[in-house]
Design a protein around this ligand. Structure first.
Ligand SMILES: [Ca+2]
Length: 341
């Protein structure tokens, strides 16, 4: 029995290796969009829509989901709040794509989606929420029966846009989800917080002086069990990206992008670790495909509990360690981290 089981697992790995390297057919199959036949998409009509393709900002100016701040400096009839949500999303998408990240709409998982819909609405105490399944909403005419990814942004962020980066943060979640099915908070929130620094001042959350973990126990305590283990991510990125100036090179159309009131979206040109994070996401995509095959899980349809299962934590660590090794950086601290099982 054991032999038979091992054989099955081995064959599964071979199949997945083929999918990943030689057979384009399986990877390029478009996964059909879910159809939410009975859902109102969170809203009662009528809704309003502001388009900055591929983004569609859905909002209301009356009712329980109405945008609170209706300032309209450019007098185009659209609350600047709504335009600025679109502008931050558009900036973040173009910045990430310029840095070499793959657009979610170009990914195998999300190829059926045509738009990224951002609902500005009442989401209680949350500032933003990213959803990982694209959908069609036949009961919401303003969505025009098109398959779309979905983000919700609070209608009442204080003094938005100011120093907010929540729209960019939620969009980065769609990038993460387009690469892999892993949704461990320590990885998802940690690297989404990292991405905010494409918008926010500085190159990282903190200049972390806390050495990297060097044991599985330290990973468990300081990283796996945390939602935002920024000391870990900041330290890792500062160790593997030795660029002295921390400047990212983006086109003037991005560095000069502004909100409606003329303030710059990008607060400075500093960011660290973009090639590393990109390499990490690519590694997680391969690992995600392997695990799908190993477990015979439906492609891009893992159970939610499997997506968040802590059993994957050491596997995600292996992918991080591989990405670190590929940077070629070597010192006692890095080597200690790389030795964690
Ligand atoms: Ca306006």
């Amino acid at each position: 029995m054991l032999h038979a089981k091992h054989l099955v697992l081995y064959l599964a790995v071979l199949v997945s290796a083929q999918v990943g390297t030689t057979s384009a057919t399986a990877q390029e199959a478009v996964v059909p969009c879910a159809v939410e036949t009975s859902s109102s998409g969170f809203y009662a009509e009528p809704l309003l829509k502001f388009e900055l393709p591929p983004f569609r900002i859905l909002y209301a100016v009356a009712g329980t989901h109405a945008v609170i701040d209706t300032t309209d400096l450019n007098s185009n009839g659209i609350p600047d709040y709504v335009e600025n949500v679109a502008r931050q999303a558009d900036f973040m998408r173009r910045a990430l794509n310029s840095l070499g990240f793959r657009d979610p709409l170009e990914s195998s998982r999300y190829r059926a989606a045509k738009y990224i819909d951002i609902s500005v609405r009442d989401i209680g105490a949350s500032n933003g929420i990213a959803y990982d399944e694209p959908a069609v909403y036949p009961n919401v005419p303003i969505k025009t029966n098109n398959c779309a990814l979905l983000i919700s942004i609070s209608r009442s962020l204080a003094v938005f846009p100011g120093t907010w980066a929540v729209v960019g943060h939620e969009l980065f979640h769609l990038y993460q989800n387009s690469y892999s099915m892993f949704k461990a908070s320590w990885f998802m929130e940690g690297t989404a917080r990292w991405s905010e620094y494409a918008i926010r001042s500085g190159f990282a959350n903190t200049v972390s002086t806390t050495p990297l973990p060097s044991s599985a126990q330290a990973m468990q305590t300081n990283v796996y069990s945390q939602s935002y283990p920024m000391a870990f991510w900041d330290r890792l990125i500062q160790q593997v990206d030795a660029s002295p100036d921390n400047v990212i090179d983006l086109p003037a159309s991005l560095t000069g992008a502004t909100y409606v009131d003329g303030t710059p979206i990008m607060k400075d040109t500093y960011l660290k670790g973009a090639p590393f994070i990109q390499s990490l996401l690519q590694g997680l995509e391969s690992e995600s495909n392997v695990l799908t095959a190993l477990n015979s899980w439906p492609t891009y349809r893992w159970q939610e509990t499997d997506q968040k299962d802590v059993i994957h934590d050491p596997r995600i660590l292996k992918v991080i360690q591989r990405a670190v090794r590929n940077t070629g950086v070597s010192n006692a601290e890095i080597n200690g981290f790389l030795a964690i099982p």
